[in-house]
Design a protein around this ligand. Sequence first.
Ligand code: F6R
Length: 631
Amino acid sequence: MCGIVAYVGARTAHDVVLDGLRRLEYRGYDSAGIAVLDGGSVDVRRKAGALGNLEAVLEAEPLAGSTTGIGHTRWATHGAPTDGNAHPHVDCRRALAVVHNGVIENHSALRDELTNVGHVFGSQTDTEVVAHLLEEELDGPPGGEGQAAQHSSSRTPEEFAEAMRRVCRRLAGSFSLVAIHRDFPGVVVGARRNSPLVVGRGDGEAFLASDVAAFIAATRQAVEVGQDCVVLLTPQRLEITDFEGNPTRGREYRVDWDASAAEKGGYDYFMLKEIAEQPDAVAATLLGRLGRDGTLTLDESRLDTRVFVEVDKIVVVACGTAYHAGLIAKYAIEHWAGLPCEVELASEFRYRDPILDRQSLVIAISQSGETLDTLMAVQHAKEMGARVLAICNTLGATIPRESDAVLYTRAGPEIGVAATKSFLTQLVAVYLVALYLAQLRGTKYGDEVAGVVRELAAMPSKVAAVLDTMEPVRAIARELARVPTVLFIGRHVGYPVALEGALKLKELAYMHAEGFAAGELKHGPIALIEEGVPVVVVMPPPSGRSVLHAKLLANLQEIRARGARTIVVAEEGDEAVRPYSDHLVAIPAVPTLLQPLVSVVPLQVFACELAVARGNDVDRPRNLAKSVTVE
Ligand code: F6R
C-alpha cells in the first residue's frame, strides 16, 4: 500500500528519492516524506497530503546534499494522515530514520515496553516502534551515552544489519522496512515479511524499493528479496540473510519494461493510457502460447502436467477486480475442462474451513502479486496440501514466489489505481489455463483448443474496435454525472462484467453502483427501479446460448416497463434490444465465453469519464491504494 524507496550512491539522495516517490505515488498518497543523513543526525521532511505538498516543503526548507536517503509515500493504517504520522519516523536521538509498509500487529505491547524505558513517541503510528527498537539495539535506551558516542567511527555495517534482524524477530505482522543511521553513511538496511521489497543495482549506486517503478529510470537490474529476509545495501555491496543471519540469495532479474511504460505518455490520466493499451496487453499475454503443432504451452507455469491431469477440483482465490476475473474463469473451466470450480474472495477463504487436498488446484489471481489477503489464502491452501498456480502481472512478486507455479500476464506496469488492462490480461490467462486443462484432460480435441486460441488471437483487434467507438459512451457518462445511482445487470459471464462495471464506478466516481445477476432482479433488486434510474445491461451474443439472450431480453423489458433508463451493451446487429434501449452501445461479435474481453471496455470508459466529470482524480481515488498489502 505504501511506497518505499531508498538510495545509496553518488548522486544527491533526496532528488533521486523524490523521483522514485513520484513513480510510487500510486501506492499511497495520504502523506509523504524523505530522510537523509546529514552529518551527526538524520534530516527529515514530511508532509500530509499528496507528494506536491512535500515538494513545496522541500522547496522552502531544502535538505542537505547527502548521498544516502530514504522516502515514503503513505496509505494510512495506524494514525490519521497528518504531518506527524507521515514517515520517515526517527528515534529519540534523531540518529536513525525508518520507513515502513505493512502493519506491526504487536505495536501496542512494544510501545508500552519502550515507553517504560524512557522512549518518547512522536506519532500514533505502529511504525515508530521500529525506530525505537532499532535505537535500543544500536544505541541503548534514550538518555544513555550510547554506542555511537563510544565508537562511532569503528562501527561496521554488519552491526546495523544485525540490529535489524533482532528487531524483526520481535515483530508480528507484515512489513517492508528500510532504515538509515548516522553512524553508517552509505548504508541502507531493509527487511521484509509478507510485504514487497526489491533491490535495484545501478552503476555505483543501489536502490531498495517496494516496486521496480521507483528505480526503473536508473536501472533495470533487480534482485528479489525473499520472505523473512534482511538486506544490507551499499553502492557496491548487497548482502541478504534470513532473520537468523543465515546468508541467502535473492533472485536476480532484468525488468522487461522501461521508464516510459510507467509514464502518462500524453494522456491526462494513467487510467486512460492503460485502457488504450489493452489491445497490446491482450496480445502480449497470448504471445507464444500456441506451439507449431497446435498445442497450447504454458512454459513458465512450472507445474508438472500430471497435476493438471490428476486435479479433481479448482478453487480460485482473489480480491476485487481479480476476483471478477476468477468468476469468469469458473464458466470457462467448467465448460471447457469439465472440472468443478469454486471461486472465493481471498479474505473469506482463509477464515473458513475450505475442503482441499493434494488433488485440488488453487488458482490465485493478483495483478500486484502482493495483495495480503490473496497471499494468506495461498499460504493456507499450501498448508492444506493443495497445489497453487498464481496468475500475476508483477515479476518476482511474493504471491508467485510462494506458489508452486505461475502464469504471468504481460500487461506491463499498471499505475492507475483502478485495474483495467490487468483485468483483460487476467481473463486471457484464465482462458489459457482452462484450455490447457481441457487439452491435457482430453475434454477438448487439439483442433478445438487451437480454434479457441485463434479466436483469442483475434481479440486485440476487437478490443481496439471497441475503443474506437467510445465517444457516445463518454457522452452518456457526462450526462449521468450527477445521478445518485447506477445499476448493472448481466447473466452468465455478463454477470461478473456487471459486477466489475459497478466496482469501477464506485471506486472512481464515489457513487452508489451495484451489479446484479439479471435473474435475481425479481428476487428483490427490481424494487430499486423507478423512473429514470440508469441501468447498464450487458447482453450476451444472440447467436451464442440463445436462451441466455432471450432471458436477458425479458429482464430488459421488465426494467424498461418500470421506468429504467437503459444503457445496453450488445453485439452489433442485435436488433432485438433496440426498442428497449435508451442508449445502445455496440460491441463486436465474439464467442459467448470470450465476450467479457470486449463488453467490459465500455464500462471502464463509462466509469472513468463519469468520475472525471465529477471532478475526481481517477488515478488516485480517495481512500484507495494500488496494492493492498494489509488485511
Ligand atoms: C479495482 C482494483 C482492486 C484490485 C484488488 C486486487 O479496480 O484494482 O479491486 O483488483 O485490490 O489487487 P491485485 O490484483 O493486485 O491482487
